[in-house]
Design a protein around this ligand. Structure first.
Ligand code: GLN
Length: 493
């Protein structure tokens, strides 16, 4: 068995028992990246030398009997919108940050290092995390490991594809409107958006600050639990990170949640859903029923009809403000052919940002402008409150909410690039959890007849990640989906 077939928890155990070294684990991942990543393009940059050095140091510390941490020797990938100070670039897949090197580590990167992880590289994304396919990267699209003609989802498509193709066992992503859960679904892996405030965003390049949240990818629920435990917790440098204690998410993971009332929103099976996705997700719900859960029909009246519209006002407004800092002076790219200072700002931004980012800045600037503010931004905040209330009412009756993560399986490269609205609709089931600031996970629940993975989304109330993971694990234990590898991995073996 190759080291890349092991989950993070298995690597952890093997390293603890001295059956495997951190150097062997890192070399295994670097070899897999060398072999498969030219086709998948999950990574924007790798750090083989730094990774090897770090792995060797961890082996030395383990040999000296030190307690190295939760992730001792485990190779990890990090989405390239999180700052790393070790000389690796942090680009956000944008030309405007081309070659930029962050002067400090993001909180989550500090946490990974403190727990002994080996960061092997930075993964591709839609520019500034704006997109659902990873095609909006200034450095080329990532491909779906299950079918190289299709997208991996986005915006954390690089992290999802890297985990699906077994280039790394676990990876970090960020989720503003679905960017962890949707690519997890399209790539057949586990991806979780924790509650807003659960993981510090210090050093995460801001897209929409009231929505952004960092979370884990893994092939199994336990691996996601491990990575969440290592990265969650209060950090005074992110004023929205909460002081709630971080439970040991692995402890009790095997205990089923009983009784379990599952809310099934009518709106999550509405027009636009692919029939294969619907039937596979309904089969997953039947598995829970067999496990003793009760399915409760519910309604989230504001959540599906208005969530996309609300999200694209709130997210673009915040983005237009956050992205004002890229002026050609403070960071990265500066146009060389300018006449005066204003012209330099304008040309740097015009040349540095891609089309989707410009579209968002224009939409957000419009929604915030005086005269339109009340009609758009203020209205969106009011609807956001109603969406939150839908969930509050639902959680008074049920323990969790389930439905599809994405209305369709992975689509073809280029299929939606000319139609922004079609692209935005990829997130119709995921954005409301961000608007309501609650927790959500996507777990693999089957395949289409053509062999594309399908994800089941499970949503729970704020700061109930432990219960959410246990609910996800109940299903995973009954089914074998997480064991299946994409053909490209089997062929390479
Ligand atoms: N696809 C959504 C968007 O384009 C969500 C992105 C994200 O979660 N970062 O905004």
């Amino acid at each position: 068995m190759a080291v890349t077939d092991l989950t993070a928890c298995e690597i952890r155990k093997a390293i603890a028992e001295r059956r495997l070294s951190a150097v062997e684990a890192t070399e295994g991942c670097l070899r897999a990246i060398g072999r498969l990543d030219p086709k998948i393009k999950a990574f924007l940059s790798t750090d083989p030398d730094g990774g090897r050095r770090r792995a060797a140091e961890i082996d030395r510390r383990l040999a000296a009997g030190e307690n190295v941490g939760l992730l001792a020797g485990i190779p990890v990938a990090v989405k390239d919108n999180m700052c790393t100070a070790d000389g690796q670039p942090t680009t956000c897949a944008s030309r405007i940050l081309g070659g930029w090197r962050a002067p400090y580590d993001a909180h989550v990167v500090e946490r990974l290092k403190a727990e002994g992880a080996v960061i092997v590289g930075k993964t591709n994304l839609d520019e500034f995390a704006m997109g659902s396919s990873t095609e909006n990267s200034a450095y080329g699209a990532t491909r779906n490991p299950w079918d190289l003609g299709r997208v991996p989802g986005g915006s954390s498509g690089g992290s999802a594809a890297a985990v699906a193709a077994r280039l790394v066992p676990i990876a970090l992503g960020s989720d503003t409107g679905g960017s962890i859960r949707q690519p997890a679904a399209l790539c057949g892996v586990v991806g979780m958006k924790p509650t807003y405030g659960r993981v510090s965003r210090y050093g995460l390049v801001a897209f929409a600050s009231s929505l952004d949240q960092i979370g884990p990818f893994g092939r199994t629920v336990a691996d996601a639990a491990l990575l969440l435990r290592a990265t969650a917790g209060h950090d005074p440098r992110d004023s929205t990170s909460v002081r709630e204690p971080v439970p040991d998410y692995l402890e009790g993971l095997e205990e089923p949640v009983r009784p379990l009332r599952i809310g099934v929103p009518r709106e999550f099976f509405s027009a636009g859903i692919d029939p294969e996705v619907e039937s596979v997700v309904r089969e997953a719900l039947a598995v829970y029923e067999r496990l003793g859960a009760a399915l409760v029909p519910i309604t989230l009246p504001h959540s599906t009809d208005y969530s996309i519209a609300t999200y694209y006002i709130v997210a673009t407004s915040e983005a237009s403000s956050n992205l004002a800092r890229y002026d050609g002076v403070h960071y990265g790219y500066r146009s060389s052919d300018h006449t005066d200072m204003i012209d330099m700002y304008m040309r740097s931004r015009a040349q540095g940002f891609g089309d989707e980012v410009k579209r968002r800045i224009m939409l957000g600037t419009y929604a915030l402008s005086s005269g339109y503010y009340d009609a758009y931004y203020k209205k969106a905040l009011a609807v956001r409150r109603l969406i939150r209330r839908d969930f509050e009412q639902a959680f008074a009756k049920v323990d969790c909410i389930m439905g599809p993560t994405s209305p369709t399986p992975a689509f073809h490269v280029g299929e939606r690039t000319a139609d922004p609205l079609a692209m935005y609709l990829s997130d119709v089931y995921t954005v409301s959890a961000n608007l309501a600031a609650i927790a959500g996970i996507s777990i693999p629940c089957g395949f289409t007849a053509g062999g594309l993975p399908i994800g089941l989304q499970i949503i729970t109330d704020v700061f109930t990640e432990g219960r959410l993971l246990r609910i996800a694990r109940m299903y995973e234990r009954e089914t074998g989906w997480t064991k299946r590898a994409p053909p490209i991995v089997e062929d390479a073996a």
